[in-house]
Design a binder for this molecule. Structure first.
Ligand SMILES: [Zn+2]
Length: 255
């Protein structure tokens, strides 16, 4: 590619970013994690976000000792990410999201879902006995009818993670998107132990807070180094976790 063409393309990309930035600024539905458009206000920002205030099966929740019910014969979630490929890493101003091309599946019993993306929250959104982990990764899956299943993997401080080293190298410091190549086996390495988990019904943890989401939170945390956790926090610049929501009539089951 000639230098001149390179500059022209860079200019077009910049213009595209500015246009989408301006569109964002005019968006009356813009939401965030702090102040006037923070989690307590989400339900009032738009009629489309009403579930954030009115829903009765909202996420995240506290996985307290008193709410978890042991259940034998529970369908084991099976993730098969071998044919998945990560293609891009996006900073959307709310989180860092890794986009995944079709090929990875999650099966719960007979029900199959496709892996779409994974993204991060710091601190964790779901809590265990009232305690946050420093981070939580959400693997988002959808079936052919659009029903969602999310696998949550908690992060604790420990060894540096080689997959996140690659993701953080490419993650845009500001809103934007960058190419990222991860193999299916690298994505699969982030699933710690799918045999020990909490399962419950919940919602998206961001507007529009839609319900009907199957949640699986793995009990075994993944290790990231202190520096890797800090890099995510610094890049976001704020805590991107929604506070825990009332359990209401739900039960949390665990094998
Ligand atoms: Zn999430």
């Amino acid at each position: 590619m000639s230098k001149r063409l390179g500059f022209r393309i860079a200019g077009m990309v910049m213009a595209g970013l500015l246009v989408s930035g301006a569109a964002q600024a005019k968006d009356v539905h813009s939401w965030g994690y702090e102040g006037e458009n923070g989690p307590a206000k989400w339900g009032t920002l738009s009629p489309e976000f009403r579930m954030c205030a009115d829903g009765r099966n909202q996420s995240p929740i506290d996985l307290g000792r008193g709410v978890v019910v042991a259940q034998s014969g529970l369908a084991m979630p099976r993730s098969d990410y071998g044919k998945a490929r990560a293609t891009a890493v996006v900073n959307n101003g709310h989180t860092i999201k890794v986009e995944v091309a079709k090929g990875g599946t999650l099966t719960i019993g007979e029900h199959a879902y496709n892996l779409l993306q994974f993204h991060m929250h710091a601190p964790s959104e779901n809590t265990v006995e009232g305690k946050h982990f420093p981070m939580e990764i959400h693997f988002v899956h959808a079936d052919d009818a659009g029903n969602l299943a999310v696998v949550g993997v908690m992060v604790k401080e420990g060894a540096e993670n080689p997959v996140f080293r690659k993701v953080w190298e490419k993650m845009p410091a500001q809103k934007g998107k960058a190419d990222l190549a991860l193999l299916g086996e690298e994505i699969a390495s982030l699933i710690t132990d799918a045999k020990a988990f909490y399962r419950f019904n919940g919602s998206l943890t961001t507007p529009p807070c839609s319900e009907g989401v199957v949640w699986i939170v793995l009990k075994k945390p993944l290790e990231l180094s202190a520096g890797q956790i800090e890099k995510f926090r610094k890049t976001m610049g704020f805590a991107n976790n929604r506070p825990t929501q009332p359990l209401n009539a739900r039960v949390v089951v665990s094998p």
